[in-house]
Design a protein around this ligand. Sequence first.
Ligand code: NAP
Length: 283
Amino acid sequence: MKILITGINGQVGHALMRELTDHELIGLTRQDCDLTNSDQIKQVIDQHQPDLIINPAAYTKVDQAEEEPELAFQINRDAPKVMAEKACEYHIPFIHFSTDYVFDGEKEEAYVEDDPTHPLGVYGKSKCAGEEAIQEVGGLNYIFRTSWVYSNISHNFFLTMKKLSQERYELKVVADQIGVPTSNQFIAEQMKTIIPQLHDNNTGAYHLVSDGSCSWHEFAKQIIGQTNPQFNLENLHAITTDEFPSKTKRPKNSVLNNAKIKQTFNLEYNHWQGELEKVIHEA
Ligand SMILES: NC(=O)c1ccc[n+]([C@@H]2O[C@H](COP(=O)([O-])OP(=O)(O)OC[C@H]3O[C@@H](n4cnc5c(N)ncnc54)[C@H](OP(=O)(O)O)[C@@H]3O)[C@@H](O)[C@H]2O)c1
């Protein structure tokens, strides 16, 4: 299968390029295809004539999005819409990634796919608008919502905690936001199993996260405990969201229920802690 993948220098794009090697891959960087340029997106798809388009590229700077809403909407809503339209034109599937931030985090239990969306900030609104735009286009569309993505590349919570634990004696991490840490490699491995099963009877939205859940503080404890034995975990302090001011309000409960994806695609999952160990050993 000829697969066109955007954002290959990002966490998920990078892992997909590494994992989907049974296929003919056309990996696109920002230089190859700027997602703010609709004509270029169309041109690149026409040029390569792929059998499948995967779009992990996105505007992912949650706080900065508050200052650049137009850019965030161009990349997260308008670009995927163009890709979905092109996929429709060629009768090929389109895989798009979205986020737990389409929800407001007020629900008590884990979110299922059909729960009403209510994003809190510009980033979440732009991703939510992207989902809606794709769904309006129709066709063989798949939206995989994931959360708390980390890896050994780029900028993410895992690398930040590893670094800060080397530099500081004491750390404070938010303990009243919960979610599911999900590695880029886990996402890519699941996509490898899912792609051969894409069929016009299983299009739609899915929650693609590991099993289990935790707070940022618990995640930090596991990361530091396993990567930096010199750091005294008694100096890793749990704080509340109010004690860690940021430009954007984050959902308190970001936990996504992954039952639908497991059942539809017959997937066996691993607890997030097992996935974390894999990422640590891969470094
Ligand atoms: N990171 C998370 O915690 C998280 C959580 C939930 C959902 N998600 C979703 O999961 C997907 C993958 O996220 P990720 O963590 O892999 O993101 P990432 O590491 O931030 O990578 C995003 C990629 O998009 C590219 N990009 C940004 N603007 C572009 C433009 N104008 N033209 C072309 N490419 C552009 C970036 O290119 P450069 O390398 O040139 O900057 C980068 O390679 C996204 O849909 C994201 O919304 C992420």
